[in-house]
Design a protein around this ligand. Structure first.
Ligand code: PD2
Ligand code: ZN
Length: 245
């Protein structure tokens, strides 16, 4: 075997040394399985994101504090003329208010799945839809032309389904792939429909990578036909949220 000359050895050592696979500073290799549902909008599905026990605890935390869900009103809107657009009940809860630590676990997992720090997430909005209740199609991010510039614009939404629904209650994206029908009736339950399954998660992005609003992220919740729907929404912004939000 040829001996390596001293200067050859020094040259070799000066080159960046390849690291072994997985050398990242983490003590383990983690996986969060997901499936890409769509590119327009960018939507991902996470089966078994939370356990049955975690989902049940979140429902128990929320169920005595539900109030009729509200909407962000546009200029000219009033609670009266927007009645019927969002008919669920809900409540807000932050992980710091949850002494069981479950919301913190979920929040950390969402941060790992999205790689957006958990400080960018708003409080969980836990929602219950009973038979006939729905949320008409809307965008989660705020159009700056209508609502003005936001301190933290919503980039993405993570929905954790806390229950199965026997029939109806799908989260729908009527403009999937930009098949934009100008006559689209906002009541209609069409397009990509995601059936709620307890413990599964749905992540979608409301903005394109350049920060402008993706029109195909329009989405809503179809009316529940049979059973009850429970879901926890986490809206994720482009800036850290204020304390307690
Ligand atoms: O509950 C849903 O499926 C749903 C649909 C649309 C929730 C939201 N939007 C939301 O909380 O923004
Ligand atoms: Zn929404």
């Amino acid at each position: 075997m040829r001996k390596i000359r001293e200067e050859e050895r020094r040259e070799l050592e000066a080159q960046p040394q390849p690291q072994g696979h997985g050398v990242s500073g983490e003590g383990y290799v983690g996986t969060i399985p997901f499936q890409i549902l769509s590119w327009r909008p960018r939507a991902l599905y996470f089966p078994n994101f939370a356990s049955h026990a975690q989902c049940q605890s979140i429902i128990n935390m929320a169920k005595l504090q539900l109030k009729p869900s509200t909407l962000a009103l546009r200029p000219g809107d009033t609670p009266e003329n927007t009645k019927g657009i969002r008919t669920s009940s809900g409540m807000f809860i932050s992980s710091s208010e949850d002494k069981t630590g479950i919301l913190n676990q979920i929040e950390e997992k969402i941060a790992r799945a999205t790689m957006i720090p958990k400080t960018h997430g708003e409080s969980f909005n836990v929602l219950r839809y009973e038979i006939g209740q729905l949320y008409e199609s809307h965008h989660d991010s705020f159009d700056p032309n209508i609502f003005g510039r936001q301190r933290s614009q919503r980039i993405a939404s993570f929905l954790l389904y806390l229950s199965d629904v026997e029939e109806g209650g799908e989260t729908m994206f009527p403009y999937e792939n930009e098949i934009i029908d100008p006559k689209y009736d906002f009541h209609q339950c069409t397009g990509l429909k995601v059936k709620p399954r307890q413990g599964d998660g749905l992540l979608f992005y409301s903005l394109f990578p350049n920060g402008t609003l993706d029109p195909t992220s329009l989405h809503g919740s179809c009316p529940v036909i049979k059973g009850q729907k429970w879901v926890a929404t986490k809206w994720i912004g482009d800036n850290v949220q204020d304390e307690g939000n």
